[in-house]
Design a protein around this ligand. Structure first.
Ligand code: NAD
Ligand code: WQD
Length: 362
């Protein structure tokens, strides 16, 4: 019998597919809803290839309440939701903020309304380190703890900080309303997971990130340089006050990140903590030049780059203080930056066209 049944929105996407795999491997039944806006159903085949189990899949948009309602009705054993489905391109969010608020904030409100209707009490939410913004405006906030004041610098980040507030208000109201009505206590809980910079792929080389269109994150771009799909990487600024002049990020292997979701889900189901934010990061900062060197080593060739102006909105340093997640969720990163680069290299060299080709021979 399954440990529990979990709905994963955005479960065919990058982080969602790894989390679906981790849950299936730990005995959960997984039900995915995804609009396939930025993903492929082939990820479901790859998950099945890796663990011998297949998530149940529905092509449903998170803003479609009637569609969500039908999925919840079909799965009365659902007790938790992990909510990944969102738009995530920072630049695009500045051009089309209404669409970002409609899908990210509106989609979450629809989901919470259907959770409320069906008494599904636990939500794990994909937040982002981007909610912190430029923490150099405060003294002694690097590495960044969860109590650091938030201040996102773009509409995408503001959808994430808004959703954190919506979830907090909703969960607290659910807990309080039940108390007031004198009904038996209902264990409503929310985990706000603030991921730092996810990267890497499955060590098998058959599950990975398959961004449709032009990627904007450092690791997939380096992957394209390594496979020759892109001539060189543009390094956005080498005049930051860091050890080599380039900006610092906390890169986290996607397999570790998926395990962080499992840890948070188990914590909500077992400890009933209410709403709580946790940083998911390694606590180690890496510069852009250090990342180019690490990926060049993994790929066995020196990757070309050119230094250009800083990218608007970028900040100097986003490194996590992951102590809270280490202590409360009993979770910490186990894989290194080198593992992330080696696994990503295996993925891009085996699947240069992402999921749009046959899987490599095992
Ligand atoms: P992704 O684009 O690979 O996954 C998102 C999934 O949501 C995709 O499968 C997409 O098709 C689906 N989706 C989009 N709009 C939808 C809609 N209206 N209805 C249903 N499904 C929809 O992105 P990812 O990198 O896996 O990110 C997952 C989550 O983590 C997102 O919420 C993102 O904001 C957050 N996040 C990502 C990063 C990162 O760097 N990748 C960092 C921090 C937070
Ligand atoms: C990393 C570093 C760039 C590309 C973004 C979102 C954040 C989160 C993760 C979702 C930076 C440098 C990059 C390039 C470069 N996503 N860089 N040349 O900006 O830290 O975070 O993705 O929540 O919200 O903002 O990640 O991978 O884009 O950049 O020099 O071509 O690499 O300047 O220092 P970022 P990134």
């Amino acid at each position: 019998m399954a440990v529990g049944t979990v709905l994963i929105t955005g479960g065919t996407g990058y982080i969602g597919s790894f989390t679906s795999l981790a849950l299936l491997e730990h005995g959960y039944e997984v039900v995915i809803v995804d609009s396939l806006y930025n993903s492929s159903k082939i990820s479901l085949d790859r998950i099945e290839l890796l663990c011998g189990k297949r998530p149940i899949f529905y092509e449903v948009d998170v803003t479609d309440e009637a569609g969500l309602d039908k999925v919840f009705e079909a799965h009365p054993k659902l007790d938790s939701v992990i909510h990944f489905a969102a738009l995530k391109a920072v630049g695009e969010s500045a051009e089309n903020p209404l669409e970002y608020y409609r899908i990210n904030v509106g989609g979450t409100i629809s989901l919470l309304r259907i959770m409320q209707k069906h008494s599904v009490h636990n939500i794990v939410f994909s937040s982002s380190a981007t909610v912190y913004g430029d923490v150099t405006r405060f003294p002694n906030m690097i590495p960044i703890p969860e109590h650091c004041p938030i201040g996102p610098t773009n509409p995408y980040g503001r959808t994430k900080s808004t959703i954190e507030l919506v979830i907090e208000d909703f969960i607290n109201a659910q807990r309080n309303n039940v108390k007031k009505a004198g009904k038996p206590f209902e264990h409503w809980n929310g985990a706000l997971l603030r991921y730092f910079n996810p990267g890497g792929s499955h060590p098998s080389g058959i599950l990975g990130e398959d961004p449709l269109g032009v990627p904007f994150n450092l690791l997939p771009l380096l992957g394209q340089v390594a496979t020759g799909q892109r001539e060189k990487l543009l390094v956005y600024g080498d005049d930051y006050p860091s050890r080599d002049g380039t900006a610092i990020r906390d890169y986290i292997h996607v397999v570790d990140l998926a395990k962080g979701h499992l840890a948070a889900l188990n914590h909500l189901r077992e400890k009933n903590p209410g709403v709580r934010a946790w940083n998911l990061g390694s606590g180690r900062g890496c510069t852009v030049f250090e990342m180019i060197a690490a990926f060049s080593k993994a790929a066995g060739k020196q990757l070309k780059y050119e230094v250009v102006e800083r990218r608007a909105g970028d900040v100097l340093d986003l490194t996590a203080n992951p102590t809270r997640a280490n202590e409360e969720l009993n979770w910490k990163t186990e894989l290194t930056l080198e593992n992330a680069c080696e696994d990503l290299w295996r993925w891009v060299s085996n699947n240069p066209q992402g999921y749009r080709q046959d899987p490599p021979a095992a």
